[in-house]
Design a protein around this ligand. Structure first.
Ligand code: FAD
Length: 300
């Protein structure tokens, strides 16, 4: 080594891992698996215990995965773990409508037969996807999971980064990635600001079972207060994302299950026969939030 000072710096730079990822929801694990496949050592830290993240009744979400996302899951070895719980989306019908008269008979129609690449996408319930990610990470040799520990601080030095956990432990790496959700503390601590606004709408979310088969068709009805999405799940079930103005949504959400269905039925129409709730109901305020930058070279 020509320069003794450089030698000293290199000697102290040993890290617990190559890449620290804060957040083991969806994006964190997907990136961790891809990075591990490329030969990197990755540590994924999540504030929630693994049992909570694997809870079958986690939060009612179902994802419409486009073909590109499905291919990504296949490439990182996750698709085989969720394929049995994935409902192919064969057609998408978009129309407008009014409560009481149901959807208009005129609609825009997308059919998978026209793209000759198989289904247009897949519906996968959040609970199946999260479990598949956790299992895939457990089987990946390059990935260490730290669960039930919150990251409370982070620091950068000339060659790497460190994070402090809520039990006082410190982990070091060469790169820090924040995939800790829409209120990302990692981004905030790195000085990354966000732009966004409230839509004044709330998404009422639930799964329903119905009499007639959905034939893999996804429907989106644009109603005056907001869209109603009816997305096919496995079996005779659909995921409902029903957007209403926030005040109206609060009133609907306060109803008991039968009264809630009575408000939904006239918006829904009768094309799937009678409908019933399948599991719990959820309400999510709808807003836009996007980071102004995806990279912070350094922070103080
Ligand atoms: C009803 C509903 C339907 C949706 N449908 C779709 C859809 O069809 N398609 C789609 O693409 N998206 C959909 N979304 C959005 C989707 O859920 C989010 O985009 C996705 O969850 C973001 O993933 P993520 O990994 O970035 O964050 P999250 O899934 O929010 O995970 C963040 C993780 O970070 C952890 N964490 C946070 N802070 C810390 C900390 N300080 N230390 C350690 N861990 C921490 C949390 O415990 C959590 O596990 C939907 C959302 C809702 C509510």
């Amino acid at each position: 080594m020509d320069n003794p000072e450089q030698g000293a710096i290199l000697r102290v730079m040993t890290y617990d891992t190559d890449i620290l990822i804060v957040g083991g929801g969806l994006n964190g694990p997907a990136l961790a698996l891809a990075l591990a496949q490329a030969g990197h050592k990755v540590t994924v830290i999540d504030a929630l215990a693994e049992t909570v993240r694997k809870d079958a009744a986690f939060d009612g979400r179902g994802y419409a995965l486009a073909l590109g996302s499905q291919r990504l899951l296949q490439a990182i070895g996750v698709w085989g773990r969720v394929a049995g719980n994935a409902q192919p989306m064969l057609e998408i019908k978009v129309t407008d409508g009014h409560a009481g008269s149901g959807p208009s008979p005129f609609f825009i129609h997308f059919d998978h037969a026209e793209i000759e690449e198989g289904p247009m996408g897949f519906m996968v319930e959040d609970r199946h996807l999260r479990r598949a990610f956790l299992d895939a990470m457990a089987d990946a040799p390059g990935i260490t999971q730290v669960s039930g520990q919150k990251v409370v601080a982070q620091a950068v030095d000339p060659g790497g980064v460190s994070v402090t956990l809520d039990d006082g432990g410190i982990l070091t790496g060469r790169l820090l990635i924040g995939s800790d959700g829409r209120a990302s503390g990692t981004a905030m601590r790195a000085g990354i600001k966000r732009t966004g606004w409230d839509y004044g709408q709330t998404g009422l979310v639930c799964a329903i079972s119905h009499e007639k088969p959905h034939h893999g068709i996804a429907h989106q009805f644009f109603m005056p207060p907001g869209p109603l999405a009816i997305l096919p799940l496995t079996g005779n079930r659909c995921s409902i994302v029903w957007s209403e103005r926030t005040e109206t949504a609060a009133k609907i959400n306060a109803l008991d299950d039968e009264a809630y269905l009575q408000v939904l039925r006239p918006r829904f129409g009768d094309f799937l026969g009678d409908i019933a709730l399948d599991g719990k109901r959820f309400a999510y305020p709808l807003n836009l939030t996007i980071a102004n930058s995806f990279v912070a070279a350094e922070w103080r």
